[in-house]
Write a protein that binds this ligand. Structure first.
Ligand code: AMP
Ligand code: MG
Length: 339
């Protein structure tokens, strides 16, 4: 009896799994980490979505620079004293610090005093004087961050901002939670910071659009499976004063918005944390250094797409065959970077 029902049960479970994977996704949209997030999960239920949302809010609660109860707030205001942080914070921090070192400081998590001086934290934008920036720049130095296990010590005045890496890490964490729950198909949009799980439920790759930084439409479509697609661009957050535009991605060497002739940088790869960290860093580095960095770092698994202010496009060879330029960007001059 047992022997005969078991295969039937197994078969019906399989069919069920097949059915749920083809069905409409369960979906949640909410505001967190200063952006609108939309999670689409195939073969999941409301309880799973709630779990994902709670995880996002929990991580946001650890890393917010403005929430007085966050671990980063505590570290930033500890007056040089060590604080104990969670495993999650220590994990993100150690990964991000190490990528920051690899980028030669283009990604600097200690940029916060400068970010604040421009008003990007509060939205009360202002252009800080050269003198003010020069006084803050010595504080922008990740080598002064001491992380020993879960003990974090920042010298007086040094302050962390994980804004450049938090969403990528979070997307990666959500993808892991979904895979652990047996989900094989999901599309997680953390405010333009995309994390995919598997491919589409019908078996094809996810088609992820890259926004046109100069218009409302999109500039490209990328085919990805089980990867993150993260874009950084000056158009995402900026203000204008006296005819000049100032954006939120800052060059740690000068404290000024990074101006390297790029409109946006999109990084594609299996690690959301790496993609998020590098989208910010490559924007700061600019096209030549970005290409050299990619060529010199074969161990960091990623590809990139650059949209230049002069209308041209650069991408790495790993995107060949899975990148389609579209709209106004369809006929632009293209350079492919190879190793
Ligand atoms: P993203 O949108 O991922 O490129 O991150 C941009 C955010 O990271 C900004 O809003 C700042 O909070 C912070 N940030 C700006 N410039 C840098 C930098 N050079 N290194 C690290 N974080 C930065
Ligand atoms: Mg980033």
């Amino acid at each position: 009896m047992k022997l005969r029902t078991l295969p039937c049960l197994a078969l019906s479970l399989l069919l069920l799994a097949g059915c749920t994977a083809q069905a409409e996704p369960v979906e949640a949209t909410f505001f967190a980490m200063d952006t609108v997030m939309t999670l689409q999960v195939y073969g999941g239920d409301q309880a799973l979505l709630d779990q994902l949302r709670e995880e996002v809010l929990r991580l946001e609660g650890l890393w917010s620079v403005t929430d007085e109860n966050s671990e980063i707030y505590a570290a930033d205001h500890a007056g040089g004293q060590p604080v104990t942080v969670s495993e999650d914070t220590a994990d993100l921090l150690s990964q991000a610090l190490s990528i920051g070192r690899a980028t030669g400081g283009a990604l600097s998590l200690t940029i916060y005093p400068v970010v604040r001086s421009w008003g990007f934290t509060t939205g009360e934008y202002r252009v800080p004087s050269q003198q003010e920036l020069e006084a803050l720049l010595p504080l922008v130095d990740d080598s002064r961050v001491e992380l020993d296990g879960t003990t974090l010590t920042l010298p007086e005045g040094v302050e962390l901002d994980l804004g450049a890496v938090a969403k990528g890490y979070t997307g990666q964490r959500l993808a892991q939670l979904l895979r652990d729950a047996g989900v094989t198909s999901a599309l997680l949009d953390l405010g333009g910071n995309i994390q995919t799980v598997g491919g589409r439920p019908d078996g094809g790759a996810w088609r992820v659009a890259v926004r046109d930084p100069e218009g409302e439409d999109y500039a490209a479509v990328l085919e990805v499976e089980d990867q993150a697609v993260v874009t950084s661009g000056g158009y995402e957050r900026y203000f204008e004063q006296d005819g000049a535009r100032y954006w939120h991605i800052l060059d740690p060497a000068t404290g000024q918005p990074a101006r390297t002739g790029l409109l946006s940088v999109t990084v594609v790869g299996p690690s959301g944390t790496v993609c998020d960290a590098l989208s910010t860093a490559l924007f700061v580095m600019g096209p030549e250094k970005a290409a050299e960095f990619w060529q010199a770092q074969p161990d960091l698994d990623f590809d990139f797409l650059l949209l230049h202010e002069d209308g041209s496009v650069t991408y790495t060879e790993g995107l060949e065959g899975r990148l389609t330029l579209s709209g106004d960007w369809a006929d632009r001059p293209v350079e492919v970077v190879r190793r």
